[in-house]
Write a protein that binds this ligand. Sequence first.
Ligand code: FES
Ligand code: FES
Length: 200
Amino acid sequence: MPPKLATPDPTHAARHARSSPPPLMPTGRRMPTRAETAARARAAAPIPLTLGVNGEDLHCEVDPRTTLLDCLRDHLGLTGTKKGCDHGQCGACTVHINGRRTNACLVLAACHQGDEITTIEGLGTPEALHPLQEAFVEYDGYQCGYCTAGQIMSAEALMREPCGPADADVREAMSGNICRCGAYSNIVAAIQHVRGPRKD
Ligand code: FES
Ligand code: FES
């Protein structure tokens, strides 16, 4: 005769479920309880924000946890800056903060009141393109165009950075900007055109 299986005690299981601590996340920290999550959501009431973007003071109200990228796109209507990975890995969201290139998906909008923010909309106009925009057109530095705003913002900042004269130096300096279409050679050619003749 097969051995009899013990019948689980439902009251014991329920007691155990009630008393066991919340599970751990992969980071080793425990999962927040529902009450904690609700309390955090309440704590993030919208705050008024004024950002200096492309030489204008723009006002909005955002959850303090809003990234600069989401603030620009969703609250200020500046959709030229693109969201690729939202994790600081593709460079599609590159903007300038006080002249330095920055991944807008990695910084909070609320931390940049008083800073000078430049987006692709502030670089040139359809009637008067920035030299880099002209060069990207001339050298075919894009295919789908999704990465292009980030590439151009990065390249514009690169002009003020210590970067060697060779194509390899430009590739290295632009390595934070991914182009899924693989337009890299043309992007480098466009940037080198604007940088001028090689001095090496
Ligand atoms: S969207 Fe910011 S780096 Fe990819
Ligand atoms: S042109 Fe398509 S991702 Fe770069």
